[in-house]
Design a protein around this ligand. Structure first.
Ligand code: ZN
Ligand code: ZN
Length: 284
C-alpha cells in the first residue's frame, strides 16, 4: 500500500474534482503525502492546503515541454508556487493554451460546431486543455468518448488538430530549479519514442539540471518499471511515483494505486533528495 501520491490533477487543469474533494479522496485512500501537479498551473495549491484534512501537501506542477518535436511532461515537485520564475513560465504556457483553444474553436466553427468558448468560459480551469474540448464534444453529442474525440478531432490526424509550441526543456527545468523545486520526467514510457531516444532525452534533461524520473504509475509493465529503475540508477536520478489521477470515473488510475518506488535496489528515491529531507519530515 502506497501512502503517497506525487502526481495528481484538479479541476484547475483537466482533472474533474476540486482540490478540496481531491483531499477527501486521498485521505480516504490512506494517503499521507499528496502532490497536486496540475498542467501548467499552480492555482489549486492554496485551496488544497486550506482543506488538507491532515495530509502533507507537496507543491507541484506538470509542465508541457517541447523536446525534439515530442511533447514531454516535466513535473516540478517542492516548487515555491509564488516564485517569479515559475509564475512567468506558467503565464506564458497558459497563454499558449488559450491561443490553441481559440484556434481549435475556429476550426470547429468551420465544421459547424459552435459554443466551445462559452462552454470553457464557465469552467473553473485555469489551464485549458484538449480534454476540455473533448468533454465539450461529448456533451454536444459529436463524440462518444474521449478516445474517439482525440482520434477524430483533436489528435495529430484529427480534423481540428492544433499543435502548441510549448517551452523547451531548458526553460521548464530552469524555472522549476529557480523556484526551489525538483524536476522529474513524468510517465517516461508513455511517449512515442524509442529507447535510444529516451536515453538522449534523459541525457539532455540531466544536462539542464533535471534530477528525477517517475518510475511508477498505474498499469505500468513490470519490465518497463525495472528498466526505468536501471536508467534512474545509471543516470543518478531520484525515483518518484504517482497515479496521474484525474477523475474517480477513471478506474484504472486511482489515487495511490501504483507499484512501490523502492525495492531492494540501489536506485535513489525522491525522499532522499536533499531538498526533500529539509522540507518534509515524513517518509513513506
Ligand atoms: Zn502527463
Ligand atoms: Zn499528469
Amino acid at each position: 500500500m502506497t501512502t503517497f501520491d506525487f502526481h495528481t490533477h484538479s479541476h484547475f487543469s483537466d482533472g474533474e474534482h476540486s482540490p478540496k474533494h481531491l483531499a477527501k479522496i486521498a485521505s480516504a485512500a490512506g494517503i499521507k503525502q499528496l502532490a497536486l501537479t496540475d498542467h501548467d498551473c499552480v492555482d489549486g495549491l492554496a485551496e488544497l492546503k486550506s482543506n488538507s484534512l491532515g495530509l502533507e501537501i507537496i507543491n507541484g506542477v506538470e509542465i508541457s515541454t517541447s523536446w525534439q518535436d515530442t511533447e514531454i511532461h516535466v513535473l516540478g515537485l517542492l516548487i515555491d508556487p509564488d516564485h517569479k520564475a515559475i509564475q512567468e513560465l506558467l503565464k506564458n504556457q497558459q497563454s499558449l493554451r488559450r491561443e490553441r483553444i481559440k484556434t481549435i474553436h475556429q476550426k470547429l466553427c468551420k465544421l459547424g460546431i459552435t459554443g466551445l468558448l462559452e462552454y470553457i468560459g464557465n469552467l473553473p480551469c485555469k489551464a485549458l486543455t484538449r480534454t476540455h474540448v473533448s468533454n465539450f464534444l461529448i456533451r454536444e453529442g459529436h463524440s462518444k468518448n474521449n478516445q474517439k474525440a482525440f482520434k477524430v478531432f483533436l489528435g495529430k490526424r484529427g480534423k481540428v488538430y492544433s499543435p502548441a509550441n510549448w517551452c523547451n526543456l531548458n526553460a521548464s527545468v530552469s524555472a522549476i530549479l529557480e523556484s526551489g523545486g525538483i524536476a522529474v520526467i513524468a510517465h517516461p514510457s508513455r511517449y512515442s519514442i524509442s529507447s535510444k531516444k529516451l536515453n538522449t532525452l534523459i541525457e539532455d534533461f540531466r544536462n539542464v539540471g533535471g534530477e528525477g524520473l517517475e518510475i511508477s504509475y498505474p498499469n505500468i509493465d513490470q519490465t518497463i518499471r525495472k528498466n526505468l529503475k536501471i536508467i534512474a540508477e545509471k543516470n543518478d536520478l531520484y525515483c518518484s511515483g504517482g497515479s496521474d489521477f484525474h477523475s474517480s470515473s477513471r478506474t484504472w488510475a486511482r489515487i495511490g494505486k501504483f507499484p512501490a518506488i523502492h525495492d531492494n535496489d540501489k536506485a535513489k528515491t525522491i525522499f532522499e533528495h536533499p531538498n526533500w529531507k529539509s522540507k518534509h519530515s515524513l517518509h513513506s
